[in-house]
Design a protein around this ligand. Structure first.
Ligand code: MG
Length: 382
């Protein structure tokens, strides 16, 4: 029996990579549902190729542009929920940002396999995600490349053998920039990632290192290690995705060609490995791998994420929300690149602190406060 897959965010980079995996592994998977925000042109091509039973668009005005028949058209968040409840074996959540939170929780509630690329939902509600996993007997397999690496590595050792878990970061396009150079960075520069081709939000987050900060928080909730046992290393080649530092002074590392099809295939196949047509990593030719510690002086977003993780749940929600608002402002040319962490820090200083948050209403309450306050700072000056 083929596994039925729902792909949320099918026209984004992770969504497209997911469909490439499904296309190669047609004997194992069929597409039950596809969803996108507004890119109906790509969606129509995907509908023709994968024949889903459900299609969801976020923007209601785009409904009339959807071509083809034999499927139900759904709209907005309610549409996403209906699709998640239509009986998939696997839900791939590849939505960008906090819009991914509700679908993550819905997928966990039905006890399905959640292949999760949306790190923001774990950053905002990690504690509740953990509770749902237990309560609804759901399964979450991370798609984020570093977390997929750590997930696979952690299966091979006893937890008490692990000193720390290490996530690698490419360092983004500005890794060698001075503080002065960073001040002059423009949106177009920040949207050019040296290794990965991804959506706008995550590409900018990679340039500020906020992406790694969010991933540190994601790792905390997925793997349950304390903040001082989660480390980050800059590794520009993006070949080693995750490492374990072990108690006997040894390390275990996971290497892979930097293409999201690998972690996606591993998640879709529920921790089974299958052949994928990708270029070879080529470790038999000369290969140099470099590692160095991140510079939080030039890239304070990473430091802010660590502090938010120490401070508690409300700080993590605030960090994520404020980052979304200021990132948009930067991409709209309203603030400088170096203002991004400055504003987030101001918002964190003022936010209503609550260490433990156990319900989604409180998550959204803090989200709305952080969004409002960040917007206010952007209007009034900071
Ligand atoms: Mg990642």
């Amino acid at each position: 029996m083929k596994k039925k897959v729902v792909v949320l965010g099918s026209t984004g980079s992770i969504g497209k990579a997911t469909l490439r995996v499904i296309d190669e592994q047609k004997d194992r998977f069929e597409v039950l549902g596809l969803s996108c925000k507004e890119n109906v042109k790509t969606l129509n091509e995907q509908i023709e190729r994968f024949r889903p039973r459900y299609v969801c668009v976020f923007d209601e005005n785009k409904k009339r542009l959807i071509k083809g028949k034999g499927f139900k058209i759904l709209l907005g968040l309610d549409g996403l929920k209906e699709m998640i409840h239509a009986g998939p074996d696997i839900v791939v959540n590849a939505l960008p940002g906090s819009t991914g939170l509700i679908p993550t929780m819905e997928a966990l509630k039905i006890g399905t396999v959640l292949a999760l690329a949306n790190k923001e939902s774990v950053v905002m509600a990690g504690r509740i995600v953990r509770e749902y996993l237990e309560k609804y007997k759901a399964k979450l397999i991370p798609v984020d490349s570093e977390h997929s690496a750590l997930y696979q590595l952690l299966k091979t050792v006893n937890r008490d053998e692990v000193k720390s878990i290490i996530l690698t970061a490419s360092g983004g396009p500005f890794k060698d920039f001075s503080k002065d150079q960073l001040k002059k960075v423009r949106p177009a520069d920040a949207l050019k990632h040296p290794i990965w081709k991804m959506g706008k939000k995550i590409t900018l987050d990679s340039a500020t290192l906020m992406n790694k900060g969010l991933e540190v928080i994601e790792a905390r909730w997925l793997f349950g290690f304390d903040v001082d046992r989660i480390k980050v290393l800059i590794h520009p080649e993006s070949i080693l995705h995750g490492l374990l530092e072990l108690i006997d002074e040894s390390f275990m590392a996971y290497m892979a060609y930097p293409d999201m099809m690998i972690p996606i295939s591993y998640a879709l196949n529920q921790e089974e490995r299958h052949a994928i047509s990708l270029p070879k990593l080529g470790i038999d030719s000369a290969m140099k791998l470099t590692f160095y510690p991140p510079d939080v002086d030039r890239f304070p977003a990473l430091k802010l994420a660590y502090e938010a993780l120490k401070e508690g749940d409300s700080a993590q929600i605030t960090l994520n929300t404020s980052n979304e608002v200021v990132s948009t402002a930067f991409l709209e040319n309203k603030i400088r690149f170096t203002d991004i962490p400055v504003i987030i820090e101001r918002v964190l200083e003022r936010h209503p602190k609550k260490e433990i948050i156990l319900d989604l209403e409180s998550v959204w309450e803090i989200y709305h406060w952080a969004k409002g306050y960040t917007e206010e700072l952007l209007r009034k000056g900071y």
